[in-house]
Design a binder for this molecule. Structure first.
Ligand code: SAM
Length: 272
């Protein structure tokens, strides 16, 4: 019996499974980590294309069925544990005896109750990951892809996209799963930025500013900056002007690099 509290919605659709594996762009030298292997619907497709698969699953009750499904696949290793408690980089390199500089790919039909924690966990603990191809709620995919000035553009958009590029691979109907989830789904590809187009010197300040900005969407960036950094209005306006940011703008119209520039400029001043 699938466990709802663990987000167990198993994929049945051959076309969807194929397109997920294809978006991973695996070749015979690749190692891939699968998040939430379930009963191995996707694992076989990955094993066919890659040199090795590390299939991670939290539910030990699935160990027997998974073993059965994967019988004869000698390039799959299983690891039972909570993905959020594992250091992905270390586990992957250990499992396949990879060199420190070796890269790998990540794939998974995610358990939706922890979609965003998993994405941030990957960005934090998988520095050599090439990319991650992930099934997520469509609404979460749309928030990650949203352009500035739209209602979906928010804290999640900025915090993911300053670290990674996000692409839509395809939309997926609830009918492709058993049991059927209550929400629409989408497959996305998340590619960490190797060289960031802007250098954020103080990430905590950046994060704090972005959070503040999206909690007060009705204020101007001018007011938000003055309050957040504790500077007077004239000074805030002058500095924003130097950065090329019109002080009257609403925070949700700011590009990610504009938040970055503001965080840097004002935190530098703090340090002086
Ligand atoms: N890959 C399978 C498929 O496509 O049919 C299963 C996908 S299902 C949406 C998500 C899987 O993630 C479930 O098997 C669930 O038990 C597992 N899972 C839930 N929480 C987890 C966690 N914290 N760490 C690892 N796996 C987890």
């Amino acid at each position: 019996h699938p466990k709802k509290r663990l987000g167990q919605h198993f994929l049945l659709d051959h076309n969807v499974l194929t397109s997920i594996a294809k978006a991973c762009e695996l070749n015979q030298n690749d190692y891939v980590v699968e998040i939430g292997a379930g009963i191995g619907a996707l694992t076989g497709y990955l094993a066919q294309e890659a040199k090795g698969v590390l299939a991670i699953e939290v539910d030990p009750d699935l160990s027997e069925p998974l073993k059965e499904v994967l019988a004869g696949r000698d390039n799959v290793k299983t690891l039972f544990g909570d993905i959020l408690k594992l250091n992905i980089e270390r586990e992957t390199k250990q499992a396949f005896s990879l060199a420190p500089e070796a890269s790998y790919k990540v794939c998974g039909n995610l358990p939706y109750y922890i979609t965003t924690p998993i994405i941030f966990h990957l960005l934090a603990t998988a520095p050599s990951m090439c990319w991650a191809v992930l099934m997520v709620q469509r609404e979460v995919a749309e928030r990650m892809l949203a352009p500035p000035g739209t209602k979906d553009y928010g804290m999640l958009t900025v915090m993911v996209r300053y670290q990674a590029e996000v692409e839509m691979v395809r939309r997926v109907s609830p009918n492709c799963f058993r049991p059927r989830p209550e929400v629409d789904s989408a497959v996305i590809r998340v590619t960490p930025r190797r060289a960031r187009p802007w250098a954020i010197r103080n990430e905590d300040v950046f994060k704090g500013l972005v959070k503040e900005a999206f909690q007060r969407r009705r204020k101007t960036i001018h007011n938000i900056v003055a309050e957040f950094f504790g500077v007077d209005k004239a000074e805030a306006a002058q500095k924003l002007g130097v950065l090329g940011v019109e002080p009257k703008r609403r925070p949700e119209t700011l590009e990610i690099d504009e938040f970055g520039k503001i965080a840097d400029a004002f935190s530098e001043q703090e340090a002086q």
